[in-house]
Design a binder for this molecule. Structure first.
Ligand code: GDP
Length: 727
């Protein structure tokens, strides 16, 4: 047995699975690549569920919500805990054989409307399995997910799924990973057979063939046999081993030394080196299989344990001392002070409000008190649970490196740090994209308006890319999100979970405003009409903020020109002006504002007057600051047979689209474009008719760009006549 050294100084003796035996992983991919099926199979093989389900039957465990079952897509990232012990098997060396491991899986959604879910789960993962479709290779959403994993420094292994499907090609998928993702990707498995004759894999490190079925599914899954490599694959397998050793020794000094000394490299030595590189994000081991046909799944779970890091194998988390730039290390250590990140809010139909959180350091017991540096509030933890498949299991304590859910706590939102009161630290929260689409919504039954507002509020707490607010001019309720499907699902959840049926308006583009230069503005709110008057006066400086940096408002008043107690009111006014926009009534982004001067009146000054002064001063400044309108730009990928390329390109041009690249893939042409979302309504129908139904496309939000003058006036006019469009 491979010895597993456990660090006694960081592991509490009370925990069941030590940090070394913990894996927090995500399964990430483009929609339809097979994440749900793969997760489902893993849960079955790890004994968490006893009946194997297929997505197409709508009964998978991670698809909690009704509409997800109907749609077959996983919308919310459910954190599921399962357990795995690598079997000791003749001929198949494994790094941690017979050591029981705990694996927490965060199921990340693949649909573009739900990027926030992917972002927030990436933040708390230690490693990820990137699932690719063996036919389509690297698709746009897999690129996005890959970028997010890189941003959050998440080590990865790749699983090329659907090897049983017609057109599946492992070499193409691998080439795609190297070309499109620039991944240092090397196979550790190779497929045996292809398409309907896909039988199993060659384990390159162990130089063995692993072949599944035929046979019945047992509680341990579909049985496999370990065999000698068939003659037809011997050469290839040997060459792949040489290539792998070379690739690894290029980056790993320990292995390089052995190679130089021409020492024999045994499987465990090579595996340990692959593990080191994978944990350092310098190598991506590539596996293959067919989740659907249950081939390749057990060895995939072995690879998760072998190659993906535990919490101690990666750089430790860092937090900031609130209000300063001082970094504080938050190391995985049960005995340290408690610090965790709330990454997901969920209203469970049985248990109520759940807050999923990842513990970075220390431990938390039922009955303990946690502190939230954002609200400066304390709350007592009355219940803790973990989700095991569809079951909710109460637990007494949770330790560093684990993921669990808090039950019944209020005042917590996604991205909050939860810690010990004497460990005042803020972990970096995940960042979320701006909504790109909005629509007006009203209850079918008039009396349901309060119930609807409450439901929307709750849903907005759970999902940071979903916003709801009231249009002050029309009193309409407006909801805004990442796409039509996103908002459709919100309406569906309102109906199912809050029992409110909604009428919704047509989806509108969520334009944004920003400024292009610095300016100063002055605002006065002075009324003297007998009795007590009103007096508020503020001077505000504004300047463009870096793209994506959002809003920053500061008080720069030192001499008391505006008394301290009125400053929050001025800032409040500025925030309100930013929210409702100045130029065309759309929210402003990426602006820095400073309150620099003002004056007050001993008797007449009050909060309301200063709030109004803040609004006026900000609006005054914007007039001089070159305000512009921004529109969401989508990244669009169209896949089409060659013959329709011309027509489709012409159509993209008419939609103000930019063609970024044209590639050939699997006998099809792939057009990579960037198109304003405003021009993408009705595209599904257009592409169908232009290609006789043979082309397909996918799109996702890319960025916001300035609206060209040629269309600006139309938008400004319709914004005036349709205030519901504002967000
Ligand atoms: P997700 O959107 O990535 O979660 O993908 P799903 O797991 O929902 O799978 C999408 C579709 O592909 C479903 O119809 C699955 O049955 C099918 N599928 C998943 N894995 C495989 C596979 O290995 N082989 C084949 N042939 N189909 C698969």
């Amino acid at each position: 047995m491979q010895a597993l050294e456990e660090n006694k100084s960081v592991n509490s003796p009370n925990r069941q699975y030590t940090l070394e035996r913990t894996r927090n992983i995500g399964i990430a991919a483009h929609i339809d690549a097979g994440k749900t099926t793969t997760t489902e199979r893993i849960l079955f093989y790890t004994g968490l569920i006893h009946k194997i389900g297929d997505v197409d039957d709508g009964n998978t465990v991670t698809d909690w919500m009704e509409q997800e079952k109907e749609r077959g897509i996983t919308i919310t990232s459910a954190a599921v805990t399962c357990f795995w012990t690598q079997k000791k098997e003749e001929g198949l060396e494994k790094l941690f054989a017979t050591v029981p491991q705990r694996i927490n899986i965060i199921d990340t959604p693949g649909h573009v409307d739900f990027t926030a879910e992917v972002e927030r789960s990436m933040r708390v993962l230690d490693g990820a399995v990137a699932v690719f479709c063996g036919v389509a290779g690297v698709q746009p959403q897999s690129e996005t997910v890959w970028r997010q994993a890189t941003k959050y420094k998440v080590p990865r292994i790749a699983f090329v799924n659907k090897m049983d499907r017609t057109g599946a090609n492992f070499d193409n998928a691998l080439a795609d990973m190297r070309n499109k993702l620039k991944a240092y990707a090397f196979p550790i498995h190779l497929p045996i057979g292809a398409e309907e004759n896909f039988e199993g894999v060659i384990d390159i490190v162990n130089q063995k063939a692993i072949v599944w079925g035929p046979g019945d599914l047992t509680t341990e899954g579909l049985k496999y046999e370990i065999k000698e490599i068939p003659d037809a694959y011997k050469e290839k397998a040997k060459a792949a081993l040489q290539e792998l050793i070379e690739a690894v020794s290029n980056k790993d000094d320990i292995l390089a030394e052995l190679v130089l000394e021409e020492k024999p490299i045994d499987p465990l030595t090579l595996k340990a080196a692959i593990r080191r590189l994978t944990c350092r994000i310098e190598l991506v081991p590539v596996l293959c299989g067919s989740a659907f046909k249950k081939k390749g799944v057990q060895v995939l779970i072995d690879a998760v344990v072998d190659y993906l890091p535990g919490p101690l194998d990666i750089p430790q988390a860092e937090g900031l001392e609130p209000g300063t730039d001082n970094k504080i290390e938050v190391a995985s250590d049960d005995k340290a002070k408690f610090c965790s990140l709330a990454f997901k809010l969920w209203t469970d139909p049985y248990a109520g409000k759940l807050v999923f959180f990842r513990v970075y350091s220390g431990h938390l017991k039922k009955g303990d008190t946690i502190y939230n540096p954002r609200t400066r509030k304390r709350e007592r933890v009355s219940r803790l649970m973990v989700i095991q498949g569809s079951e909710r299991k109460d637990i007494d304590a949770v330790y560093s490196g684990d993921i669990a859910a808090l039950v019944g706590l209020r005042n917590i939102t996604t991205g909050d740090t939860l810690c010990d009161e004497d460990f005042d630290v803020t972990l970096e929260p995940p960042t979320f994209p701006e909504p790109v689409i909005s629509m007006a919504i009203e209850p079918k039954t008039k009396g349901d308006r309060d119930k609807m507002s409450e439901g929307l509020q709750r849903l907005a707490e759970e999902d940071p890319t979903f916003r709801c607010f009231t249009n002050e001019e029309t009193s309409q309720l407006i909801i805004a999100g990442m796409g039509e499907l996103h908002l459709e699902i919100i309406c569906d959840r309102l109906k199912r979970e809050f029992k409110v049926e909604a009428n919704s308006g047509a989806p509108q583009i969520a334009y944004r405003e920003t400024i292009t230069k610095s300016a100063e503005g002055e605002g006065k709110f002075i009324r003297q009409s007998g009795g007590r008057g009103q007096y508020g006066h503020a001077v505000v400086k504004i300047q463009p903020n870096e793209k994506g940096k959002g809003l920053e408002i500061e008080n720069k008043i030192v001499g008391g020109a505006i008394p301290k107690e009125y400053i929050p009111a001025v800032i409040n006014g500025i925030e309100e002006a930013i929210r409702s926009g100045v130029y065309a009534g759309y929210q402003m982004i990426d602006v820095k504002a400073q309150v620099v001067d003002g004056s007050f009146h001993e008797v007449d000054s009050n909060e309301l007057a200063f709030k109004m002064a803040g609004i006026f001063a900000f609006k005054d400044a914007v007039k001089e600051a070159g305000p512009v309108l921004l529109e969401p730009i989508m990244k669009v990928e169209v896949t089409t047979p060659d013959e329709y390329q011309g027509d489709l390109l012409g159509d993209i041009n008419r939609r103000r689209g930019k063609i970024i690249g044209i590639d050939a893939k699997n006998g099809q042409t792939v057009l990579n474009c960037e198109v304003p979302l405003a021009e993408m309504f009705g595209y599904a129908t257009a592409i169908r008719s232009l290609s006789k139904g043979r082309a397909s496309y996918s799109m996702e939000p890319l960025t916001f760009e300035q609206v060209p003058n040629s269309v600006l006036n139309t938008i400004l006019d319709s914004a005036k006549s349709r205030p519901a469009a504002r967000s």
